[in-house]
Design a protein around this ligand. Sequence first.
Ligand code: PGA
Length: 252
Amino acid sequence: MKRFLIAGNWKMNKLSEDAEEFVRGLRAKMLPNEKDVCILAPFTLIAGVGKALEGSAIGFGAQNVHFEESGAYTGEVSVPMLKELGITHCIVGHSERREYFNETDDTVNRKLRALLDAGITPILCVGESLEVREAGGEQTFVAGQLIADFSGLPAADAAKVVIAYEPIWAIGTGKTATPEQAEEMCAFIRGVLSGVYDNATGDSLLILYGGSMKPGNAKELLEKPDINGGLIGGASLKVDDFAAIAMAAASL
Ligand code: PGA
């Protein structure tokens, strides 16, 4: 049976009251696939979300982390700090961090290692810009990100990384990749990592699609053989929309 992960990326949204109301609402939906759902919250909300999720199988986590354990890194948050809150997942290398906050493949690689060492599941984002796609370079670009981001990771660790293919031109734009475009790239990603590691590792990877996924288009994307779920921004802010996407995965 195909495995799924439906991950909500709240980005820089919500205050605690709204976040906790969302969690109560999500739990009330009694999703049959709670263990395949997680919420990535801003740092300030993580503890409250974790508390509100106690006794539920829904995962939760952060949208970024620093790779050092502690030290003079003003404004940063480390893996042990997040581990203490009980997080299960953490986004790494989101295109907004790569674009606005100088995230590089080297820092992404270090963050992946730090999270894996702590037993937290990284959700690694990759994806090309519109210029790259229009020039036909999307596969070369994404393969380059994968090779650099996974550099030095043994197969046993690589298999634990969730990958989210998020074409930058589809994020927050309302312009979704077609199911065929998304499937083509997710299959390509699986192939690249099967080549770097082996087929068993490639086959076991969870590969998500992200970019304007919503209740109206989730099913046709999630039905594709190489798409194991979604990283959902805008549509993860409303509990009904997010739950509808989780239900679409549960129905497959
Ligand atoms: P979006 O964001 O669903 O709002 O396009 C997805 C993401 O950036 O993770």
